[in-house]
Design a protein around this ligand. Structure first.
Ligand code: SF4
Length: 731
């Protein structure tokens, strides 16, 4: 989108010409008044839920009085279903907490006060220019969130061209990064599900590891029910007997943090039982021999000791997986660990030994969590990545993208650091970035070891947050920018299947509110060359994203609005408008240099923080049906707070009895890093050595006050899923 002042030097015939003078650009792209009040026109659009990665199809209708109604739409992913979050998604559009004017703080001791866009953006630009001049562009950092593909793309370009910083990452690092890294390592590509959801019903055996779609994406339950109704075996691996586990045909309840040993133990049984697909291994994989030797040490009795899963259950599971076609699917329970990449690799090894990937109703996949978690990690928000899932350290990739951006490849910064590393480094006192711009994320609630992250935010010279409500992170900001919601913008999203879909605007943003694309365009213009000119029209941004991604692993060159409309979404890679898209990957080959999947030996290791006398229980964190991520949006929806209005701590009744805790008692949960307080819920569905807390709430009920900041060495995924705690009845 940035033709910039260098466009003429690139030799790229498609690099956009400079559109005019700076003042002209500002006039067209940045100093537009906030959108006029929407005339209350009756209107209906087909769009998608803004929350999780299932991105259910829905119809939005605005009546003549301006009221908005949600109706479920028959789309392939949700087949006419929505969960409670989807049904109530429009409640936030006219919510009294909605931000409709910029806010600024005159000093750290002063409260936020309303300001004009001119004042707010002027203040940001002046501060950023000053920091850039005094300390260099790496003194400024950018942090993204669940944005549309176009916004994620624009944010990456904004950081690397308009600001010139290497410090950009996003909250998807906390969601999907372990499976993404393992997928690239094994298959050469990261697409959460390399097959359409309709494959689930075809599987004879479906193994779900650390996934609880009954709470996180309930309409997916239709596919799970269909698989069972077809006579399929469904096995859920989870330390808790979740709603998904209770509905399955079998439930394995391992000790938290032992999934890798479980996968290796199953592979041991598959090999020793003669259940491996030797033809497939010979033709389509490399590395099997090393893996075979490495899992020889995972004999059943040892795996039972490590995981708590009995030898009989292990043997039954191995036999079930050999009943092909079979699917192995992981989610956050397996992935949010300091060994998350190796754990996913172990499950992929098992899938490859069984000859599953690339066949209908068969394979390995991962359930992406947040809305557009897939597309958000493909187009430049990640610290090491350029659009199209190109690598920032690849000279050919840099040259390609720089030509589209109209800049010299040598001016593009190198890779930055991962989300937690970035947040933990903030502040001049650490020699890290002194300014942070946050778009659509709330790390004060969602980051691991959140109290420490809060302290780092306070160490900044400038914190800017663009959001729709005053989130806990926005409440700490020096400047808050009110931006459009999902029903007020066009764009594309990519769901958990790699299916690119359309978000359609029902109405204009309210007066005083601007889209993120307009904000980025304005800031780029104010920062001056080489960024200068950014497009704020989502259709134009998609056109540019298609060119930037062309030829990359996540190739969107053939993705157009018209094609999305015509075929209920387009599966990437899609290299040209007249070429087929790719609902199912790996049918003939893997996108690795030799076309084969790579098997790697991986070994079990303990969790980062083992239980001990002072902290004798495992804490695992997760989600509940009626809340979403940090809760900044869903905690404001009355129907959702009525369903799940406060934090809680799940304990086994035996554990509670030992601690003298009764149902509903306030308890404190303490780790080496902090403390939370919430009412106890006694449930026999959890292991006696484990407690569970959802992470949607701030303040005293913030589960991330406890979590450990150990990171996976490859993906930098934090170990959200297990740390050592003690529980006491609150005095
Ligand atoms: S399952 Fe996900 S996408 Fe579907 S309605 Fe619920 S939150 Fe929205």
């Amino acid at each position: 989108m940035n033709a910039s002042l260098h466009a003429g030097n690139t030799g790229d015939p498609e690099a956009k010409p400079h559109p005019g003078t700076l003042s002209g650009m500002v006039g067209s792209a940045t100093l537009l008044p906030a959108a006029p009040p929407a005339a209350a026109a009756s209107r209906t659009v087909a769009t998608h839920c803004p929350y999780c990665a299932l991105q259910c199809g829905m119809t939005l209708h605005q009546d003549a009085a301006g009221r908005v109604r949600v109706a479920a739409r028959d789309f392939p992913t949700n087949r006419g279903g929505l969960c409670q979050k989807g049904w109530t998604a429009a409640d936030l559009l006219d919510h009294p907490h909605r931000l409709t004017t910029p806010l600024v703080r005159d000093s750290r001791l002063d409260p936020l006060r309303p300001a004009s866009w001119e004042e707010a953006l002027g203040r940001i630009a002046t501060a950023l220019r000053g920091l850039r001049d005094a300390h260099g562009p790496d003194s400024i950092a950018v942090f993204g969130g669940g944005l549309t593909n176009e916004k994620a793309y624009a944010l990456g370009e904004f950081a690397r061209v308009a600001v010139g910083t290497r410090f950009i990452d996003y909250n998807g690092r906390f969601c999907m990064s372990a499976a993404a890294a393992a997928g690239i390592r094994a298959f050469g590509i990261d697409r959460g599900l390399p097959f359409p959801l309709s494959d689930l019903g075809r599987a004879r055996t479906l193994l779900l590891v650390g996934a609880n779609p009954a709470e996180t994406m309930p309409p997916l339950g239709r596919y799970l029910a269909a698989q069972r109704a077809n006579g399929g075996t469904q096995i859920v691996v989870d330390p808790r007997a979740t709603a998904t586990a209770r509905a399955a045909t079998h439930h394995l309840q391992p000790t938290p943090g032992t999934d890798l040993a479980l996968a290796n133990g199953l592979l041991h049984l598959v090999i020793t039982g003669g259940l491996a697909d030797t033809d497939y291994l010979a033709a389509r994989t490399t590395g099997f021999e090393r893996v075979r030797r490495s899992v020889a040490g995972y004999w059943p009795a040892r795996v039972e000791r490590l995981t708590g899963v009995s030898v009989a259950e292990l043997e039954a599971t191995a036999r079930a997986l050999a009943d092909r076609p079979a699917l192995i699917i992981t989610a956050r329970g397996a992935e949010q660990h300091a060994k998350g990449v190796d754990t996913v690799t172990a499950w992929i090894n098992l899938a490859l030994a069984l000859g599953l990937p690339g066949r209908p109703g068969s394979g390995y996949g991962c359930l992406t969590g947040q809305g557009n978690g897939q597309g958000g990690r493909e187009h430049g928000q990640k610290a090491d990545q350029l659009p199209g899932y190109r690598r920032l350290d690849d000279p050919a990739a840099r040259a390609h993208v720089a030509a589209v951006w109209g800049v010299d490849p040598d001016t593009l910064p190198g890779p930055g650091v991962s989300a937690y590393e970035l947040l933990d480094s903030l502040g001049g006192d650490r020699g890290g970035p002194r300014a942070l711009l946050v778009f659509g994320s709330n790390p004060v609630v969602s980051a691991p070891r959140a109290a420490r992250v809060e302290r780092r935010l306070r160490a900044l010279d400038l914190l800017v947050v663009a959001d729709v409500v005053r989130s806990e992170t926005a409440a700490q900001a020096d400047v808050v920018l009110p931006v459009a919601q999902w029903a007020e913008e066009d764009g594309t999203m990519t769901n958990l299947e790699g299916r690119v879909i359309r978000r359609r605007a029902l109405r204009e943003p309210p007066p005083g509110v601007r889209t993120d694309l307009v904000v980025l365009a304005d800031l780029a213009a104010r920062l001056g060359p080489p960024g200068t000119w950014f497009d704020s029209d989502p259709a134009a941004v998609l056109a540019e994203l298609r060119r930037a991604s062309a030829g990359g692993p996540a190739d969107y060159a053939g993705v157009t609005w018209e094609r999305i409309d015509a075929q209920d979404g387009v599966f990437w890679p899609c290299p040209a408008p007249d070429r087929p898209d790719t609902p199912r990957l790996f049918a003939d080959a893997f996108p690795t240099p030799d076309g084969r999947a790579r098997m790697l030996p991986v070994d079990h290791r303990p969790v980062a923080e083992e239980v001990c006398a002072r902290f004798p229980l495992y804490l695992t964190t997760g989600r509940v049906l009626a809340q979403y991520q940090s809760g900044a949006q869903t905690r404001r929806v009355a129907a959702l707070t009525a369903a799940a209005g406060e934090p809680f701590v799940e304990l086994h009744p035996d554990t509670a009895a030992r601690l003298g805790v009764a149902e509903g008692d306030e308890v404190t949960v303490t780790s080496r890093r902090g403390r939370m307080r919430a009412p106890a819920r006694l449930v026999a569905t959890i292991r006696p050595d484990t407690v569970f807390a959802p992470f949607h709430w701030p303040g005293a009920g913030r589960a991330n006050s406890l979590t450990v900041d150990a990171l996976d060495p490859v993906s930098k995924m934090p170990e959200f899923k297990v740390c050592a705690v003690r529980v006491e009845r609150a005095s």
